[in-house]
Design a protein around this ligand. Sequence first.
Ligand code: ISL
Ligand code: CA
Length: 543
Amino acid sequence: MKGWHKKAIVYQIYPRSFCDSNGDGIGDLRGIISKLDYMQSLGINTVWLNPIYKSPNDDGGYDISDFFSIQPEFGTMDDFDELLAGLHQRQIKLVMDLVLNHTSDEHPWFQESRKSKDNPYRNYYFWRPGKNGAEPNNWPSFFGNNAWELDKTTNEYYLHLYSRKQPDLNWEYAPLREEIKKIIRFWATKGVDGFRLDSISTISKRIDFPDTTFNDFGQTVKAFFSNGPKLKEFIAELSRDACKDLVTIGEGPGLEAEDALLYLDEKEGLSMIFHFDHMFIDHGPRGRFDPRPWSLSEFKKIFYEWDQALGYQGWGSIFLGNHDFPRMVSRWGDDQQYHEKSAKLLITLLLSMRGTPFIFQGDEIGMTNFVMKSIGDSKDIETINGWRTAQGRGWSEETFLEKANQAGRDNARTPVQWDAATNSGFTSGISWMPLNPNFDRINVETQDQNPDSVLNYFKEMVQLRKVNSLFTEGNYEPVEGDENLFLFTRGKGDEKILVALNFTSQEIDLPKRVGKLEKLIGNYPGNSDRMRPWEAVIFKTLP
Ligand code: ISL
Ligand code: CA
């Protein structure tokens, strides 16, 4: 059944770092099963699981070598079936992560495809001859270097927008599209409720492969990779033929608000999309390791513009972090002096905005960025390749490390901090990734016992959102005020709430015009005329 997604509150699980059941240091499905009651206690009603399919793990499982089996490190198909049943018993829906823009180079399709120019699988991927002894065009890949790789066997290049172990699939070729539908039907038959479709914005290529004219990577993605000529057609076909009763969440790097509407449709399109305008707000021309300053005014404007664009035709996905970005409290809050306050403030924003909220594992306890001591600590291909590129530009390790510690994906991927015991209760063995040393202070068990903790505030906000339909159905209006306050109302009929968030460690006055208010929830005790440092309050507005 479709339609449930508007009431969803989604908890995102990155399996490798969630909970390890067998002591090999790697999170797994039985680990997730052991935390089903925890998920239920949070009040969430949907889980999005990052990829769990068989994969050589070049890019955290986003390089799939078999869409029909489970990564052995994560468990078996029986474990999966048990997990799905356990979620459904608790009225929690499951959204799988599906990567359809590319496969692993170890996928049998690619193994065949590379064998000869007339192999029946040749057209499953993009193969082109070189141009004047070099790559077919100048496209850069997301992970550094050129997006074409020469394959010796046939002396042609294949396209890979991501790593060279992630060759791009050729959606122009109808037999490939039929294979993709089989994958979706296989999981749908098992009873999964929906899919998050990875990098769906890039599946339709400009097959004349024109050179990019931009130095800015983000602009290249927008103008050359995403929003391709047949994107609408491909999405419509997939939705019609395979996703009828499924909720689909398209991941849309490079999509502009106006484009998004083209792809959102109850029958012939996606249910929701993830856009990245706020997540790329501090990315310079060369991406995340090339930061630029950002302001709260810009940030607020992005939320407003997307809400306006999607209006009531589409539906948005609200998130402030995921497995690809730094921890939300370290990025948008203050993970030092105001750790608890600012973590609660961000939770308030997530759960009161119009659209479906997605919370990444660990953010419900305010997990923070992880400080790597050397690039050798990184487990992420984006950081490792980024360092290679940076070296080519003459950067020192110290300079690059500072950027990676601020912006890299490793930050989100340290194990979940369950308790203060050895390895934070994540594993009884040696963790695949170092733990954030602050697990002695920031962990689920400690916060569970403290009524004022971030965790308990998260649960309260979830309940508030669930009992009051204003949070899902109400309209969204920005309210003018101090530039460092994020102020907006949600309204439905005669009912209205005002959400007030102070994004600084200074006290700031609320604007005079807001009228009579009654506090519903907040991260400080009592009332104050001024917004205190990182204060978050939701008021009911009174006539
Ligand atoms: O983080 C980004 C750029 O630095 C994004 O553009 C990101 O690459 C994009 O959103 C696609 O991400 C997804 O597909 C990637 C995978 O590495 C990410 O983990 C996944 O979320 C390739 O499959
Ligand atoms: Ca394990």
